[in-house]
Design a protein around this ligand. Structure first.
Ligand code: NAD
Length: 271
């Protein structure tokens, strides 16, 4: 795909089996130099070395412009440039930790201002702050790839703040695509459907807390029943399904594609 030795930064890619790690793996398979970030040093470094020797793990908060600017400066000093930014950091689940989950706080009726702000910070400001830090540095002909969600494309009653944040990511994609077109930097978006990651472990834990009829099912069984009910193509999506589109967006094959939003969801969003 012509991505050999391109410098690629993927935010929020420290979780084993997460979408970010899958995206990083797809770029590494193309011979790219990949830098992944996350909030926890141990996990980001071990995930990086598990993916491959051309992958580096760095701690940086994607929602903090100054921290991301420092990280990007370090990257450009070491690898002389930045070609691709993938804004993957987010919290697909209702909270970032299992012990913070309660029965009502992700639904509209029980949502506090703090929970609303936290969801927008994790799922929208991350994309703004990281992009803001990267834009002055990104190479001409480079690319930004934003990871939104099918929750951006239509309402999910149980996820009002997450859906609003991801709809914001879709909108920011189009705005930045226009802003950066004169520099030939393309900005595109991927909306994943149902991918079994830590985010879904958190989400199914929340579902169980709210729905007593799910008490005897495992988290994985709950996820599989959602996949079966919702997906026309009849299967879950993998982190690599998302990574394959990210690689295409970043490649010269997509040189005339910008401001676009594609759902990788087995047809869920078409129903
Ligand atoms: N799993 C799905 O089915 C699904 C569906 C649609 C969209 N998504 C989106 O895909 C992306 C990846 O989700 P995932 O399912 O792999 O979840 P995940 O929880 O496995 O991974 C997300 C990672 O982002 C990190 N992160 C969160 N905030 C951060 C910050 N401020 N700075 C740096 N790192 C941060 C977390 O620590 C975590 O490691 C998210 O944006 C999510 O909203 C996931």
């Amino acid at each position: 795909m012509g991505l050999e030795n391109k410098v690629v930064l993927v935010t929020g890619a420290g979780a084993t089996g997460g979408i970010g790690a899958g995206i990083a793996k797809c770029f590494a398979n193309e011979g790219a130099r990949v830098i992944i970030t996350d909030l926890n040093e141990e996990t980001v470094k071990s995930t990086a070395s598990a993916i491959g020797e051309k992958v580096t793990g760095v701690v940086a908060d994607a929602a903090n412009q100054a921290e991301m600017a420092r990280t990007i400066k370090d990257i450009t000093d070491e690898f002389s440039g930045l070609d691709v930014l993938v804004n993957n950091a987010g919290i697909g689940g209702p909270k970032i930790n299992f012990d913070e989950i309660s029965t009502s706080d992700s639904a509209f009726s029980g949502m506090s201002d703090d929970v609303w702000d936290q969801q927008l910070m994790f799922n929208l400001r991350t994309t703004f702050s990281s992009s803001h830090a990267a834009v002055p540095i990104l190479a001409e002909g480079g690319s930004i790839i934003n990871i939104a969600s099918i929750a951006a494309l239509g309402p999910t009653v149980s996820l009002p703040a997450y859906g609003a944040a991801k709809a914001g990511v879709v909108h920011l994609t189009k705005t930045l695509a226009m802003e950066l077109a004169p520099r030939r930097i393309r900005v595109n978006c991927i909306c994943p459907g149902l991918v079994w990651t830590r985010a879904w472990e958190l989400l199914t834990t929340q579902m169980q807390a709210n729905q007593p009829e799910l008490a005897n099912m495992s988290q994985r069984q709950i996820f599989e029943s959602v996949v079966q009910e919702m997906t026309p193509l009849g299967g879950e999506q993998t982190p690599e399904d998302i990574g394959n589109l990210a690689v295409f967006y970043a490649s010269e094959n997509a040189r005339m594609i910008t401001g676009q939003v594609v759902a990788v969801d087995g047809g869920i969003s078409v129903k």
